[in-house]
Write a protein that binds this ligand. Structure first.
Ligand code: AMP
Ligand code: MG
Length: 885
């Protein structure tokens, strides 16, 4: 409308006249150094100039105004010089203006803004019509309040209230760990942005009704819902949220402008899967407790609690929730209509802040302010959508356990269960690994199959020699379908022997000659092997065994003749991995799951008859199976690196270039060793990396040096690899990607509910890669291999990985961390519990705790903390102590 600029100027200056706080500057006091005091100017005249809006090329009026206002907002205040209030008035059209009022937070707060608006409206209307101020004179000023507050708190109130809070936070609570899009910077930045949204009037009315049935305010209902959402996103049950509180306990304070607002930490324990109603009751108690101890300034509370300093986050809470009811504010000023001119936020005080305002429109006006160091807009939009879904779910069924309330968007379930897992692909379901290789032998008998140093074997020769191994096993009386331990140095014979064992219808148990002899003895005993296949030079290192020993390089009986046929359900190998209770466990892998894996890998990342693989991995890791058998299955060439080769970057380089290698698979530590050497890479090389998390920095370096880089993920229990991802753009996260053929990946929370994308949960793997489970460990097998409820097929199982992962909205899976004490050290899978229990068996040790420290650059150190036999502390106390330290 038509604006009377004079009346407005008078109104604004009358407000400044009324409120000392607006004429305040903060200067260093004389009494105590560094302590600022409030200085009130006798007089302060605000210039209110009507500025013509300058619109530059290509801008519309609104964006021009926004540009000017943002620049004005970004100008700093000088606390000592003042003024701490600034006003700008932009003229857009004769009936369209923008008024910008900027006040330093030291002299105002949310309540003050409402009050400011109210006074401005009333004064404007009066002055416009030549009347005098209708506002009652102020009984007290902000300075009076400040003095009173200080005296009151110091007279014992502070201590009384502190006691409540210290009692409420006896131990330091873990920070709210929201899943972020980017790694959290070491020092918190304040760059932010905001996303706006609305909650419909209908939904608000239902929420209010729901609160009403148990005497809770709308604020409490919304806060509870917000906490539930945070808890579902983080998997944390103790959720702290900061909330601003008006803090104007006395009526005399109500008409004052100034900084009164305080922040309360609302911590609620949401454990035990309460219903929403029960959770609401807990939040209600939290709020009421906090309200009756609301006077202690937040910064004093932080001082008293003195949490461990973490410059990457705000103390005590990492998210704010603000609810403001503006329904009593009317938005007209005489004949001028007022509308909020919204500016995009550019700061974020915490990880995220949820602002909900009532009264600006029907329903609730929402704004989610977030740190742009941590989150992408898309993630925040998803968060908001889920908040809405959750609110609807709460209204529909408030008795639902909070972990079961809906979060999934329309069609999301289908996307998570079917669409992203739609991996069906044909493969020869009736064949075993060596059947595929036998077919290749027929196709290219004279082609080069295998090279080791100067030795070369054609497909026919490989086949012949492997048959010989099978005949010798038979000569020793080894039955098909039994387990043959294989302990050999890296050589052509190693591959020959493993293939021979399979051809004999047996499964192999790979043993690394470098394993300590205790471990070898344990595995022999545990697996009850029928034979130990080795070479004479290793004999001495091997423990005594009842099973017959076959040294490949020594003469022996052979029993030729056709080899038995078997089925893809027969075991191909058993591989031992670390066990948390102190003993390793054997994973039993049948042929069929391996055939599926190999067929899938031949497609993606891809391997053809033209390719040459450099095999560098010990057969004691399952990924060696791919290195050895994938080339042989498709008619490619396999080059076996010796054990000296695999630990030397120079020798690997020579092999890579000298042997025309096109594919190499290795753990990140081997790739790092190469990258840190003089290696130049190769444009034709396909680099397969997996076995542990691939750091972004390493991925970027490798990707720049090779033709393509693939991040592969998979536990031994689901056959080598279960997901693949091609890392192409250095700016992309290093996803673990999508499921391989005939594989389903589900991300589930601790209640077994599907986690929406963006929400971390445990990865469960279903499909054709799922193996038979652990050898002779039915209980452990039942615990980790559980019924697959999603497949729709009776009897199918899925494997619980213990890996915390998160689906992204593009269907990519991101690996986050382990949920237990399993670590990877140079590709070795180690349960820290295994080390702890071994240490614990020593007579001088009472208890032990092993901790993995990431040292950067792929280096992990394991440190054992030991309480001696004479010591008192138990392991769990020690563990807690270490966590806090
Ligand atoms: P293993 O059975 O030795 O293959 O170990 C499987 C475990 O290694 C997985 O459960 C993950 O914890 C970890 N792992 C394997 N590959 C990756 C990868 N590409 N990124 C992150 N973790 C991985
Ligand atoms: Mg693996």
């Amino acid at each position: 409308g038509e604006l009377d600029v004079d009346a407005l100027r008078q109104a604004l200056n009358e407000i400044v006249r009324r409120h000392e706080v607006l004429r305040t500057t903060l200067v260093e006091g004389e009494s105590k150094e560094g302590i600022p005091v409030q200085l009130v100017a006798e007089q302060l005249e605000l210039e209110v100039l009507l500025e013509e809006l300058v619109v530059v090329d290509g801008e519309d009026t609104a964006s021009a105004a926004r540009r000017v206002l943002e620049a004005a907002g970004a100008e700093p205040f000088d606390l000592a010089l003042g003024p701490l209030i600034r006003v700008r008035l932009l003229h857009l059209a004769s009936d369209d203006h923008v008024l910008l009022v900027i006040m330093h937070h030291a002299i105002s707060d949310g309540w003050s803004l409402e009050l400011f608006l109210k006074e401005m409206r009333e004064l404007y209307a009066a002055f416009r019509h030549g009347k005098s101020s209708p506002l009652a004179p102020l009984p007290v000023q902000y300075g009076d309040y400040a003095r009173w507050q200080r005296d009151w708190l110091e007279a014992g109130e502070l201590e009384r209230q502190l006691e409540y809070w210290l009692d409420k936070f006896p131990v330091e609570l873990p920070a709210l760990d929201m899943p972020t899009d980017r790694a959290r910077p070491a020092v918190q930045g304040y760059r932010g942005a905001a996303v706006r949204f609305e909650i419909s009037a209908e939904l608000v009315a239902s929420l209010e009704r729901l609160g009403g049935t148990q005497g809770a305010t709308l604020f409490m209902v919304l806060l509870t819902a917000y906490k539930v959402l945070l808890s579902r996103y983080t998997g944390q049950e103790s959720v702290s949220v900061g909330t601003p509180i008006a803090n104007r306990g006395q009526v005399q304070l109500e008409p004052l402008l100034g900084f009164f607002v305080n922040t309360l930490v609302m911590n609620t324990d949401l454990s035990g899967q309460p219903s929403f109603e029960a959770a609401l009751q807990r939040v209600q108690e939290t709020c009421l407790g906090a309200y009756s101890h609301q006077d202690i300034p937040f910064e004093r509370l932080v001082e008293a609690i003195n949490p461990t300093r973490d410059p990457s986050r705000t103390p005590l809470f990492q998210t704010l929730f603000s609810y403001q009811d503006m329904s009593s504010v009317s938005l007209d000023m005489d004949e001028v209509a007022l509308t909020p001119f919204e500016l995009p936020g550019t700061v974020s005080r915490t990880d995220m802040t949820l602002w909900l305002t009532r009264g600006l429109q029907s329903g609730l006006h929402g704004l989610l302010e977030y740190s742009t160091d941590l989150f992408d807009a898309q993630t925040i939009e998803g968060f908001i959508e889920r908040f809405q879904v959750l609110l609807e779910g709460i209204v529909a069924a408030p008795k639902t356990a909070i972990g079961k309330l809906p979060l999934l968007l329309v069609n999301e379930r289908e996307q998570l269960v079917q669409e992203w897992n739609d991996t069906a692909a044909d493969y020869p379901r009736e064949l075993r690994i060596h059947d595929l290789i036998a077919a290749q032998v027929k196709r290219t008998p004279d082609g080069i199959a295998l090279e080791f140093e100067d030795e070369r074997l054609s497909y026919a020769e490989l086949d012949e020699r492997a048959n010989e191994v099978a005949y010798r096993l038979r000569g020793l009386g080894i039955e098909p379908a039994t387990l043959v331990a294989v302990c050999l140095e890296r050589s052509a014979d190693m591959v020959v022997a493993l293939l021979g064992v399979l051809k004999a219808g047996c499964a192999y148990l790979p043993l690394d000659p470098d394993f300590p002899s205790q471990r070898l003895s344990f595995i022999f005993e545990d697996a009850n092997v029928s034979c130990l296949l080795t070479e004479s030079s290793l004999r001495e290192r091997l423990p005594e065994t009842r099973a017959p020993l076959l040294a490949l390089d020594e003469a022996g009986e052979i029993e030729p003749g056709p080899l038995v046929s078997g089925t893809p359900n027969d075991l191909a190998y058993v591989i031992y991995t670390s066990g948390s209770t102190g003993q390793p466990k054997g994973v039993q892998v049948p042929h069929g799951t391996v055939v599926n894996l190999l067929m899938s890998m031949a497609e993606e990342p891809g391997f053809t008859a033209e390719d040459t693989m450099l095999a560098v991995t010990t057969p004691a890791f399952d990924i060696s199976v791919l290195e050895m058998f994938l080339p042989l299955m498709v008619g490619g060439r396999l080059v076996v690196a010796s054990s000296d080769d695999v630990s030397s970057a120079e020798r690997l380089q020579d092999l890579l270039s000298g042997k025309g290698i096109s594919v190499m698979q290795a753990t990140p530590s081997t790739w790092r060793m190469l990258m840190d050497s003089s290696w130049r890479g190769g444009a034709h090389l396909k680099a397969l990396c997996g076995g542990e998390a691939l750091p972004q920095e390493l991925a970027t370096r490798v990707a720049q040096s090779v033709g393509s880089l693939w991040n592969l993920y998979g536990p031994t229990e689901t056959t080598i690899w279960s997901s693949v991802y091609r890392f192409a753009l250095p700016t992309d996260p290093v996803y673990i990607g999508r499921p391989i053929a005939n594989t389903q990946l589900y991300v589930l929370d601790s209640n077994g509910e599907l986690c929406p994308f963006g929400v971390p949960g445990e990865l469960y793997i279903g499909g054709d890669g799922v193996t038979r489970g652990y050898l002779n460990r039915p209980e452990l097998t039942a615990e980790r291999f559980v019924a697959d409820r999603f497949s729709g097929i009776e009897g199918t199982r899925m494997y619980r990985t213990g890996d915390l992962v998160c689906y992204r909205d593009n269907g990519m899976l991101e690996y986050l961390q382990r949920l237990d004490d399993q670590v990877k050290v140079r590709g070795y899978r180690i349960e820290l519990g295994e080390i702890e229990s071994v240490l614990g068996t020593h007579e001088a040790v009472n208890s032990a705790v092993v901790v993995a420290h990431e040292m950067g650059a792929g280096d992990t150190r394991l440190v054992a903390y030991i309480v001696p036999e004479s010591g008192e502390m138990d392991a769990s106390t020690l563990r807690e102590h270490l966590r806090v330290q």
